[in-house]
Design a protein around this ligand. Structure first.
Ligand SMILES: [Zn+2]
Length: 124
């Protein structure tokens, strides 16, 4: 039986379940794959797969010391409301890992993606 995170000879881990028995309707536990399965397995273990805590807002991000934003996907949308949090209306920023610094148009705080995901995710 294949484990849910079996490694190929090269490339990213394959995250998939055993699938549903023929003629039955699959459950999420049986058919979820990839990031969805990654999150589901953490949920079932009582863990938070993705860090959902608010971003650091006790200081302004600068180009020298940007606020780091963990991401498992090559793009991520974040909301900035200044420092301290709530200083301005939320401005939504589209982060990507190709651009090092993303600056809030309202307060000027600088954010940088800390990409921890699959290097080839955007090619799928
Ligand atoms: Zn801001």
């Amino acid at each position: 039986m294949r484990t849910s995170a079996a490694l190929r000879a090269s490339g990213p881990p394959i995250i998939q379940g055993k699938g549903a028995a023929t003629g039955s309707v699959p459950t999420d536990e049986e058919q979820a794959t990839g990031l969805e399965r990654f999150e589901l397995e953490h949920k079932l273990a009582g863990q938070d797969a993705f860090d959902m805590t608010p971003l650091q807002a006790d200081r302004m991000g600068t180009t020298k010391e940007p606020i780091k934003v963990l991401s498992y996907f090559p793009t991520r949308i974040i909301g900035c409301s200044g420092s301290p949090a709530g200083s301005h209306d939320t401005v939504w920023l589209h982060l990507n890992r190709d651009l090092q610094h993303h600056r809030c148009s309202e307060c000027g705080s600088v954010y940088e993606m800390d990409f921890q995901g699959d290097e080839h995710a955007e090619h799928h």
